[in-house]
Design a protein around this ligand. Structure first.
Ligand SMILES: Cc1cc2nc3c(=O)[nH]c(=O)nc-3n(C[C@H](O)[C@H](O)[C@H](O)COP(=O)(O)OP(=O)(O)OC[C@H]3O[C@@H](n4cnc5c(N)ncnc54)[C@H](O)[C@@H]3O)c2cc1C
Length: 489
């Protein structure tokens, strides 16, 4: 059996390892932290269970397909519930729109907001379905190592129909004029780490994912997905070693031979690095073997980092749904302060999640588990004072919206931002979600998944193809497993 070392046990590392073990490789994952999941780790405090990162379960088909590939079902590992309403959007003056689950109900809601928009919504969704189908079933499965993968009449035809060269902002305005509808439709684009003006219209596939396929939640929390993936990986024979910070890869004549960690040395026939791409190049491989220099990395457009708060509150909070998006301030100003002139936001938009609304297991009885997230520019100076300043801003707005005091009922509080992303994941510039999905950072234009200098060295994860997010990270892992296997054979 050929040995493969996978660096990192996030979604992409677990998927790559499981895919390779399934093909007959002897796979060991070396993970620096004490548990699997990477950005989707979990922690417990004062009776609360906090998911540390992802909270939106979108594209259930990708998760289903992942487990089905190994003859399993998601329900073998966790129970999914569909959220209805999917989420609330809070607009200026605390006006709230709760988005119902299901296209019929959404159509009626749109019609109420803008006469004639119901039918346009159907047409928008019809086009988005095509984009989802081509984008998710074909494009994201391309390893993007050569232009030849994209040269086919059918694919070129698809590229045109996918509206790759039109911005999402323009595309959406062909259908709707109502300001509130535009806000609702542009929200999922924020997950892609760029403004709607800089995101290809192709990504209306995100609206399809959200509105047609639905917003789901695995009971017990998002980390249940990780637990399921770990159980499956181990069932396939993958060994996962924790507290093993990879420090160096020994390369002889362009072939990776050994991986050295804080605890020992591991012989190998191939390496898949799922840790932060820049960190692997800069600190683990060094100058001789890196694919890209610092100038290249400095020019990348990063998706935002985040300032997060995990809060345990000793009472129930009225009005909060499971997902709540506070769009009550000017979006363009916040976007400007993330992308154009990076700085701490003057009037932040933020996201509040209260999984305890759906799931009583994540908080003690009568309590609320709250997760707050402000998207912020990467690489900002991250100090305690700054975090506290934003805690006060958010709590004030949250208390006003919910009509109750919250601060005096907080029994557990932890903040998390750039410094933590760097320390925990070696995140380049303290990024939370990798590279922005701009046109110039799509497919072939992303950092490649294969080393150009080491024959048996591959990359996977949110900084390479197909991109950030849980579903793309799963796909990235499976893609690399298949590329490595093709070449090793
Ligand atoms: C706050 C937040 C909210 C998010 N929300 C969502 C959401 O709602 N829905 C969604 O789909 N996506 C969401 N995402 C994005 C999603 O979580 C990521 O895109 C995905 O988890 C990335 O997986 P990965 O395997 O590429 O990287 P990671 O999860 O970062 O895994 C890399 C692993 O490598 C390990 N590692 C690093 N350096 C070393 C080393 N030297 N040696 C050994 N191991 C090392 C790390 O510890 C880590 O475990 C969110 C992300 C964040 C941060």
């Amino acid at each position: 059996m050929k040995k493969v070392i996978v660096i990192g046990a996030g979604f992409s590392g677990l998927a790559a390892a499981t895919g390779l073990a399934d093909k007959g490789y002897d796979v060991t994952i070396l993970e620096k932290n004490s548990m699997a999941g990477g950005r989707a780790r979990v922690f417990e405090a004062e009776g609360f269970t906090f998911d540390m990162g992802p909270s939106w379960y979108w594209m259930p088909d990708i998760f289903d397909n992942y487990f089905a590939k190994f003859n399993k079902k998601t329900s073998d590992y966790y129970d999914l519930v569909r959220l209805d309403p999917s989420y609330a959007v809070i607009l200026e003056g605390n006006e709230t729109i709760a988005l119902p689950a299901g296209v019929d109900k959404l159509e009626a809601l749109f019609e109420e907001m803008e006469s004639g928009s119901g039918a346009k919504f159907r047409e928008f969704l019809r086009q988005a379905e095509y984009k989802y189908d081509v984008g998710i079933n074909q494009f994201v499965w391309k390893p993007s190592r050569s232009i030849s993968e994209f040269v086919s009449v059918k694919l070129l035809y698809d590229v045109v129909r996918l509206d790759v060269f039109q911005s999402f902002a323009k595309h959406i305005r062909k259908f709707f004029t109502d300001d509130k509808i535009l806000k609702l439709m542009e929200f999922p684009i924020l997950f892609l780490g760029a403004t709607p003006e800089n995101t290809p219209a192709m990504y209306s596939l995100m609206n399809y994912a959200e509105m047609q396929l639905g917003t789901w939640y695995p009971m017990g929390g998002m980390h249940k997905i990780v637990k399921g993936m770990v159980a499956l990986a181990e069932e396939k024979g993958v060994k996962i070693l924790y507290n093993q910070e990879v420090q160096k890869v020994v390369v002889n004549n362009g072939i990776a031979k050994q991986v050295i960690t804080s605890q020992g040395t591991f012989d190998t026939d191939a390496v898949v690095a799922s840790a932060d791409y820049h960190h692997v190049e800069d600190k683990i491989l060094g100058q001789t073997y890196r694919n890209y220099d610092e100038e290249y990395w400095d020019k990348r457009v990063m998706a935002p980092s985040s300032l997060l708060f995990y809060l345990g509150v000793n009472k129930r909070i009225p009005k909060l749904l499971h997902h709540n998006l506070f769009f009550d301030e000017d979006f363009s100003l916040h976007a400007h302060e993330i992308y154009t002139e990076p700085q701490w936001p003057s009037k932040p938009l933020f996201y509040a999640s209260a999984p305890s609304v759906t799931d009583s297991s994540v908080a003690p009885e009568g309590c609320e588990n709250i997760f707050l997230l402000i998207p912020v520019a990467p690489d900002l100076e991250d100090t305690e004072e700054m975090r506290e300043k934003y805690y006060s801003i958010l709590m004030e707005r949250l208390e006003k919206y919910c009509g109750t005091s919250i601060r005096d009922s907080v029994v557990y509080k932890r903040s998390y931002a750039h410094r933590d992303f760097k320390q925990d994941y070696h995140a380049f510039k303290g990024n939370a979600y990798g590279l922005a999905n701009t046109l110039m950072q799509t497919a072939l234009l992303k950092p490649t998944l294969k080393s150009k200098k080491i024959q048996n060295f591959y990359y996977t994860g949110q900084l390479t193809v197909p991109g950030p997010g849980v579903p793309p990270s799963l796909i990235s892992g499976l893609l690399v497993a298949s590329e490595l296997d093709k070449e090793m054979r």
